[in-house]
Design a protein around this ligand. Structure first.
Ligand code: ARG
Length: 297
């Protein structure tokens, strides 16, 4: 819609990453276009700081190409687009797509910064399987391991050689559904995991403070990836893999509003919007409120 509008440096540039190839239910592929066409986006779109850049797609299946090859092709393109956006002085905001697109987003940020970054991974899941440990085979269950340098070779090294993230400055917040292998992987990698139970007992604000203090310590800067399934499915029904309970949408919105004021923030990602499961556009409205929390940075 606004693809041709000229945007000066400093604006937020949205990049759609329309793939569901990493998930068993592929409906998240429709997320970016459905959101772009929603009333919720329409009301936000006039904001001078916002510009919908491009929406990227995985290449169509060629003879015998495995999903992982198509995901890798999309992630390479996404990494380029994100790196160019940063180099032009704009702030990339990627809208997914299933969470496998994170491999492209954060590889692109790492490439542009020239160093591994910090990352706040807000999610109901740990997404830290490798091809050896996965039960489902789904690649959206593996992106955090890939970004830490472990996984299918075709998904590694898309930005920097080796890890794209600094493990000491990477934090998972809100996890409540995972397999033991992923938990062990993150423990070995030295990534801090703040589970939903810890949020329940310590309170969201204390956990968020701890997480932000860690990620913003990364010298190159940090990012935030928000899997919408971190939020309670009663408040965010339109997601790929709903898990009961979860964060309050208002807490996440307040958190983003605060994080947006942190000088080290380089990029943001919102993933796993599944329009088939949305109810009366409520999840699309939530996405636009979350984007709104980033405005005025
Ligand atoms: N991005 C997501 N929704 N990930 C869900 C992953 C679920 C499960 N741990 C798996 O590996 O299949």
């Amino acid at each position: 819609m606004n693809a041709d509008r000229h945007q000066g440096p400093g604006g937020i540039r949205i990049i759609g990453a329309a793939s569901g190839l990493g998930a068993q239910d592929r409906a998240c592929a429709d997320g970016p276009v459905a959101f772009h066409h929603s009333q919720a986006w329409h009301e936000l779109a006039r904001h001078p700081q916002l510009d919908w850049g491009r929406t990227l797609y995985a290449p169509p299946p060629a003879g015998g190409q495995a999903p992982v090859q198509r995901i890798a092709a999309l992630c390479r393109q996404l990494a380029d687009e994100v790196a160019q956006t940063l180099k032009a002085g704009n702030f990339p905001l990627v809208i997914g797509g299933d969470h496998s697109v994170a491999i492209g987003t954060w590889s692109g940020v790492a490439a542009a910064l020239g160093a591994p970054l910090g990352l706040l991974w807000i999610d109901a899941h740990l997404d830290s399987h490798t091809p050896e440990s996965t039960y489902s085979g789904a690649i959206h269950g593996m992106p955090l391991a890939c970004l830490l340098g472990q996984g299918d070779k075709r998904l590694l090294g898309l930005g920097l050689k080796g890890a794209q993230l600094s493990p000491a400055h990477t934090v998972v917040l809100g996890a409540r559904s995972y397999e033991p292998e992923e938990f062990d992987f993150l423990a070995r990698a030295g990534v801090r995991v703040i589970m939903a139970e810890a949020i329940e007992s310590r309170g969201f604000a204390a956990c968020l403070d701890e997480a932000v203090a860690l990620v913003r310590g990364a010298p190159a800067g940090f990012g935030v990836t928000l899997d919408l399934d971190a939020i309670d499915p009663r408040l965010a029904p339109g997601v790929g893999s709903p898990e009961p309970d979860g964060l309050m949408a208002s807490d996440v919105q307040t958190a983003l509003h605060w994080i947006a004021t942190q000088p080290g923030l380089r990029a943001m990602e919102i993933v796993e919007y599944n329009p088939d499961r949305d109810r009366h556009g409520s999840t699309a409205r939530l996405i636009s409120n979350l984007i709104g929390a980033l405005l005025g940075r």
